[in-house]
Design a binder for this molecule. Structure first.
Ligand SMILES: CC(C)(COP(=O)(O)OP(=O)(O)OC[C@H]1O[C@@H](n2cnc3c(N)ncnc32)[C@H](O)[C@@H]1OP(=O)(O)O)[C@@H](O)C(=O)NCCC(=O)NCCS
Length: 168
């Protein structure tokens, strides 16, 4: 496998990533509500707030193979969002690498509390997040979205101020 490079995402990466999402349902599961189907690939970077939110890619030969963002939820809490791995590269540990890198980015931004949201029937994502140590932070909402948190991040024994209401 070619070397993996971690870098900030660019608009052209989102055009690649748009081709990984094959339905309105898949789009909602990845990016939450608020995006319209079909995806307008050239507008996706802007629609995802790529200029405002910390947005990162793992790349091979400068092509995106995985993408994720951080939502800043206050002084100390950051929220992992829009996590996705290229369909051709799933099941080989890139999702785990992507999340570890995002957690390092959150740590470097002084986060002590980490959260995320996931559809409770998204088995692949749930397996990934559980493996990383995330635990449920409540019950699934009416749409089936489960809030999760990462205990013991950045030296904290627990984090209980959950309550994310968005997706991703
Ligand atoms: C969820 C996703 C990012 C996982 O990426 P990935 O690169 O395939 O995951 P990894 O290979 O790093 O696997 C991490 C763990 O999850 C498990 N896992 C991955 N895919 C799985 C699947 N389809 N079913 C069950 N477990 C799975 C792996 O077995 C691994 O656990 P292990 O270390 O105990 O073996 C990927 O499936 C994806 O991009 N899905 C579409 C977008 C999406 O749903 N994003 C989540 C938004 S909340």
């Amino acid at each position: 496998m070619a070397e993996l490079i971690w870098r900030h995402a660019r608009p052209c990466d989102l055009e690649t990533i748009a081709s990984w999402v094959d339905s309105a349902r898949a789009l909602e599961r990845w990016a939450g509500p608020g995006l319209t189907w079909p995806i307008k690939a050239s507008a996706l970077f802007e629609q995802l707030g790529g200029n405002e939110l910390p947005s990162f890619c793992l790349t091979q030969d400068d092509l995106a193979v995985a993408f994720g963002q951080l939502f800043v939820k206050g002084d100390k809490r950051q929220h992992l969002a829009r996590i996705i791995v290229s369909p051709a590269h799933r099941g080989i540990g890139l999702g785990r690498q992507l999340c570890h890198r995002l957690l390092e980015e959150a740590r470097s931004r002084h986060a002590t509390h980490i959260t995320l949201n996931v559809f409770a029937d998204n088995q692949a994502a749930l397996a990934l997040y559980r493996r990383l140590g995330f635990v449920p932070a409540g019950k699934p909402d009416a749409r089936g979205v489960l809030p999760m948190r990462l205990p013991a991040f950045a030296g904290t024994a627990d984090n209980t101020d959950n309550g994310p209401t968005d997706n991703g």
